[in-house]
Design a protein around this ligand. Structure first.
Ligand code: SF4
Ligand code: SF4
Length: 75
């Protein structure tokens, strides 16, 4: 599915426990030079169903206090 968490995530732990599919977990980003970057919460696109059948809207988007869960633009 087409939701992603931006690198501005502050790891506040609000979204992961709310996900009905356990699709959100801490992952390490990669810096532009290939070195290991900071760890932030990320969405596993293979597990995320955009909350269809559970909530009217993606609940991770609803609970994020700084609005860094966003829909990816259509390809
Ligand atoms: S949209 Fe729903 S299923 Fe997808 S990551 Fe967010 S909470 Fe989980
Ligand atoms: S709720 Fe937002 S800021 Fe908090 S961990 Fe999730 S994506 Fe990051």
């Amino acid at each position: 599915m087409a939701l992603t968490i931006l690198a501005d995530c502050i790891n506040c732990d609000m979204c992961a426990p709310e996900c009905p599919n356990n699709a959100i977990s801490l992952k390490r980003l990669q810096n532009p030079d290939g070195s290991p970057g900071k760890r932030i919460y990320q969405i596993d696109a293979d597990l995320c169903t955009e909350c269809v059948g559970f909530y009217d809207n993606p609940t991770c988007v609803e609970v994020c206090p700084i609005d860094v869960v966003v829909k990816l633009p259509a390809p």
